[in-house]
Design a protein around this ligand. Sequence first.
Ligand SMILES: Nc1ncnc2c1ncn2[C@@H]1O[C@H](COP(=O)(O)OP(=O)(O)OP(=O)(O)O)[C@@H](O)[C@H]1O
Length: 251
Amino acid sequence: MRKEYETGGETVVALGGRSSEGDELTGIDFSVAPGEFVAIVGPSGSGKSTLLNMLGLLDEPTVGERYLLGRDVTTLDDEAQTNARKEAIGFVFQDFYLIPTLSATENVELPTIFENDPEATERARDLLRRVGLGDRLDHTPNELSGGQKQRVAIARALVNEPRVLLADEPTGNLDQDTGAQILDEFRRICETGVSVVAVTHDPQVTEFADRTVRLVDGVIRDRDADGAGSDVVDVRAGAGENARSESEADR
Ligand SMILES: Nc1ncnc2c1ncn2[C@@H]1O[C@H](COP(=O)(O)OP(=O)(O)OP(=O)(O)O)[C@@H](O)[C@H]1O
């Protein structure tokens, strides 16, 4: 997959590069397996957020293919992509993005607001209990610590039962101990088969991750052993190949 931006008549290559001879444009391949925790690292401007946006179906690649749970989502229209995103992907951010006037339960319920689901409140409460906030259900964000806010944000990301969580600097606003607790939370989530992809500058996260992918100037410079088998989200540089045959995540 390759991503270019056109700004002011110039082309910025955010993801991808050139072959060593310099005569061929290249892209990146990236995929994550069920239950895997992948950390994405790299200097400022190396393409980490762009990659997260591609994995989250928030932006279109310029060239390449994307698969979600084995399904080719490259050519879906906007509405179908939004539905695929809602069904399978949750987001966690450094700044939590909780609504200050809503309780923890209401914040977690928020993504379900248009679904009129009578069980949404109980599901939100269950999720908050799962992340250790059973005694904070009715607190508003300003009555919670940073770590507790991030737990609420994680519970909110889980409310639609996603198969992958995409996290942008999830420990960036937390002290070391609180960051470690949030990582333990992610580990428990991975144990349920949900994949986590976290963009991070935090060495604690890379130590904890199953795999670390380093981006430099839009290109993957090194990586640990590749995730094996079927992948939850998969972006590919090449064109024309059909979707993989069967994905464990489809079951
Ligand atoms: N909407 C956009 N329009 C034009 N260029 C963009 C856009 N978004 C990103 N870029 C460029 O693409 C490159 C990669 O940006 P990206 O935000 O993915 O980097 P990053 O690794 O997340 O950086 P940081 O760690 O600073 O957040 C940068 O050169 C950036 O200037």
